[in-house]
Write a protein that binds this ligand. Structure first.
Ligand SMILES: *[C@@H]1O[C@H](CO)[C@@H](O)[C@H](O)[C@H]1NC(C)=O
Ligand SMILES: *[C@@H]1O[C@H](CO)[C@@H](O)[C@H](O)[C@H]1NC(C)=O
Ligand SMILES: *[C@@H]1O[C@H](CO)[C@@H](O)[C@H](O)[C@H]1NC(C)=O
Ligand SMILES: *[C@@H]1O[C@H](CO)[C@@H](O)[C@H](O)[C@H]1NC(C)=O
Ligand SMILES: *[C@@H]1O[C@H](CO)[C@@H](O)[C@H](O)[C@H]1NC(C)=O
Length: 461
């Protein structure tokens, strides 16, 4: 071993030895009744969720009426067969003819290359070819079949062609205005999602010009399992317009209808950015790092009609000054602030219990745009927080240095969290507290680092 890892490991061992002796004594004396405080906090979070759900329920009921257009959708299976059992995840890709050729085959190649056999077992890849040109269709299907024969036979790859009856776009494959492009795209996605709605539990939307990060399937499925007990509508695994957005399959038919409800000149990205609001998810949920990247652009028209997609680049974290409080037993010279100060020292604690917390209380409210929480002695190492969540606190009480309102940011995924922080459009409220909470008792916990990025454009900070 070397460097910081080495010293971390030795200090853990050393602390461990010394502490084994006093452990028994401490355990009995330091036990405090945290139950009540935790209950109040959980209640606040639950109330927040409930009130948001009832606010949006009415609007959503309207959306639930399936679009009559989709009832007459007509699909042709071009290659592959429906999977025999329900999968965890459908990767849905819609592709159309492009004058200068498409990246569809490269996208599929990337997807299958970075996924292991075990990962492929839990997914089905659904390609929707949306162009009416029969020659292009048969050539594309032939090309896909050539390259991915095995995956087609294993029912992991399915190619379909769908049509809305009487679709005015039926015979058009050249677009001259944004309005035409928006409409075509919404119809394509509606057809794709409508078909996918009972193939799996979750649905991942992807463009046909994408590089995938290795083992994205595992990363997404770990996140899905951590998020299982929390409400969400869209989990975003990249900052691209479409690619990397994951939905519950049960929402797909509503989303498909939602796409077709609006006038031609509303774009699909605009609608997507509103859809989560209808189902009571107030701000986007964006998990880092980005797992999907573009391999190329298509047309000038698309560039004109859509805002430029760029992965947000973050520099180094700039943790603003704060105090750190905790109700977890700390060990000898390990102080809670170590978890927050940008140094190599972790904060090590014994036997944290459900409801225990470590809270960063900022000296001044800040507009924070990203938070990373790392636990365990190193990446995938020991003493991670097995089950925990991060809450964002507002309204600090000056005298007691506590935040009054907390909102869920997200659960830890495999002991870590990396999330962007978004703000309601009309709210200018800044954050005052970041609270890491233990959701399940465990032995030993190392909180390695909490990293915070503030908004560089926030004038006052
Ligand atoms: C569905 O589409 C296929 C091929 O495009 C066509 O032959 C068939 O008649 C259509 N079925 C209905 C019910 O519209
Ligand atoms: C199919 O593959 C051939 C040979 O690589 C290529 O020339 C053709 O453009 C491809 N067609 C489509 C529609 O992808
Ligand atoms: C999905 O629904 C269609 C039509 O209702 C049915 O034919 C198909 O078997 C279903 N697929 C799965 C995976 O349940
Ligand atoms: C779409 O068109 C309608 C009427 O044609 C217009 O009122 C509306 O502002 C347009 N919306 C956008 C986003 O361009
Ligand atoms: C795509 O276009 C954007 C802006 O139009 C440009 O910044 C980006 O580099 C292009 N990407 C590729 C891979 O060509």
């Amino acid at each position: 071993c070397s460097g910081s890892r080495c010293s971390t490991m030795y200090s853990c061992l050393w602390i461990c030895l010394i502490f084994a002796v006093s452990l028994f004594l401490l355990r009995f004396f330091l036990q405090e009744n945290k139950e009540q405080q935790t209950e109040i906090l959980q209640q606040t979070v639950q109330e927040q969720i409930n009130s948001e759900i009832s606010n949006h329920l009415e609007v959503f009921r309207e959306m639930q009426k399936n679009s009559p257009l989709l009832q007459h959708a007509n699909y042709t299976l071009l290659a592959g067969a429906l999977p025999q059992e329900k999968k965890l995840l459908t990767v849905g890709i819609s592709s159309m003819q492009r004058p200068q050729g498409s990246y569809l085959l490269d996208t599929l190649q990337s997807l299958f290359q970075v996924s292991s056999e075990a990962e492929l077992k839990s997914i089905v890849v659904l390609v929707h070819l949306s162009d009416p040109d029969p020659e292009w269709l048969s050539q594309t299907v032939a090309n896909i079949s050539d390259l991915f024969d095995l995956h087609i036979e294993a029912r992991k790859l399915l190619v379909v062609h769908g049509l809305l009856d009487d679709s005015p776009m039926r015979n058009i494959n050249q677009y001259f205005s944004c309005e035409e492009l928006y409409f075509r795209q919404k119809v394509d996605y509606a057809l794709l999602m409508n078909f996918a709605s009972n193939l799996s539990d979750y649905f991942l939307l992807m463009d046909d010009n994408i590089f995938c990060t290795p083992n994205f399937v595992s990363s997404i499925s770990q996140a899905l399992s951590a998020w299982k007990e929390f409400p969400w509508v869209i989990l975003e695994f990249s900052s691209l317009r479409f690619s990397g957005k994951v939905f519950h399959s049960r929402d797909l038919s509503h989303l498909a209808s939602f796409f077709l409800l609006f006038p031609k000149n509303t774009s699909a990205p605009m609608l997507l950015s509103r859809f989560h609001l209808l189902l009571a998810q107030n701000v986007p949920i964006h998990l880092g790092p980005s797992m999907f990247h573009h391999m190329g652009n298509y047309s000038d028209l698309e560039d004109t009609c859509f805002p430029v997609e760029k992965d947000k680049v973050f520099g180094e974290p700039d943790n603003p000054t704060a105090i750190v409080v905790t109700d977890m037993m700390f060990i000898l010279n390990s102080v809670p602030l170590y978890a927050y100060v940008l140094n190599e020292e972790p904060y090590t604690t014994l036997d944290p219990e459900k409801g225990n917390h470590l809270t960063v209380i900022l000296d001044r409210p800040q507009k924070i745009i990203r938070i990373v929480v790392l636990t365990g002695i190193d990446e995938n190492g020991m003493y991670q927080l097995q089950k925990g969540r991060v809450l964002l606190g507002y309204d600090i009480m000056e005298h007691s240095k506590r935040c009054v309102r907390y909102f869920l940011l997200g659960p830890l995924v495999r002991g870590n969290l990396d999330q962007r922080v978004f703000y309601d459009e009309d709210s200018v409220e800044k954050l005052s507290c970041i609270r890491l909470e233990v959701s399940e008792s465990q032995q030993w916990l190392v909180i390695r680092q909490i990293k915070v990025w503030t908004d560089p454009e926030d004038e006052e900070s």
